[in-house]
Design a protein around this ligand. Structure first.
Ligand code: PGA
Length: 250
């Protein structure tokens, strides 16, 4: 049975002192969950988040990474740097980065490889735009993004990749894909992985749903056959609301 993995994506929110207060409030609320809990925080908060989650069941992730190990890349942070302070996860290819920062399928693939070289677990985002959806291109888009993101990885690396299916039209809009719809898209992603890496890998890979997940819809989404948890933006900014999402099965 696949585990449910529930990750908060704070995006560009939370000062270090706010992050510390958040974690103090959040920690006792999720300590008894069987689900995996990850907070993906801004770079500036990583160190504070790591210190304050020590000895808890909360894992810490970054929201981006550079694919080179070091060098003249002003403003960037490498996978090796993230690993050196104890970060375990990293979001790669979020649609906001694809849209505003020229993230491409090629750079996503390089970043995923850099993450594995440094023992970080990537959370790779894929998803269609409203236009693509209306043109009936959803499956084509998300399977292509998945294929290209994972290109050249070993079976065991693919097993350890988390995919987040995030339809762009559902992100931060309050519009959630129906659980049936999201589950069907995720099944297509799993099928694509099965085609290339085989059934054993496809059965194990964690595929989350993201896009306006909140405590009122988490249960319905996460109890479907193929949705293995969520990547949660807006609703992860409040500790009590995010804890309810993590504890959706209580
Ligand atoms: P949202 O964001 O939950 O605010 O829609 C999800 C995401 O962008 O990861």
């Amino acid at each position: 049975m696949r585990k449910k993995v529930i990750a908060g994506n704070w995006k560009m929110n939370m000062l270090p002192n706010e992050a510390i207060d958040y974690i103090q409030e959040f920690t006792p609320l999720v300590k008894d969950t069987n689900n995996e809990v990850i907070l993906c925080v801004p770079y500036i908060d990583l160190f504070y988040a790591l210190l304050n989650t020590q000895g808890t069941n909360i894992k810490v992730g970054a929201q981006n990474v550079h694919f080179e190990e070091k060098g003249a890349y002003t403003g960037e942070v490498s996978a090796k740097m993230l690993k050196s302070i104890g970060v375990e996860y990293v979001i790669i290819g979020h649609s906001e980065r694809r849209q505003y920062y020229n993230e491409t399928d090629e750079s996503v693939n390089k970043k995923v490889k850099a993450a594995f070289e440094n023992d970080l677990k990537p959370i790779v985002c894929v998803g269609e735009s409203l236009e693509e959806r209306e043109e009936g291109k959803t499956v084509e888009k998300i399977t292509k993004q998945t294929r290209l993101a994972l290109e050249g990885l070993s079976n065991s690396q693919v097993k350890n990749t988390i995919i987040a299916y995030e339809p762009i039209w559902a992100i931060g809009t309050g519009k959630t894909a129906t659980s049936e719809d999201a589950n069907n898209s995720i099944k297509e992603i799993r099928k694509e992985i099965e085609k290339i890496y085989g059934k054993e890998v496809a059965d194990e890979v964690i595929i989350q749903y993201g896009g306006s997940v909140k405590s009122s819809n988490a249960k319905e989404l996460f109890e479907t056959s193929d949705i293995d948890g969520g990547l949660v933006g807006g609703a992860s900014l409040k500790p009590d609301e995010f804890a309810k999402i993590v504890n959706y099965d209580k």
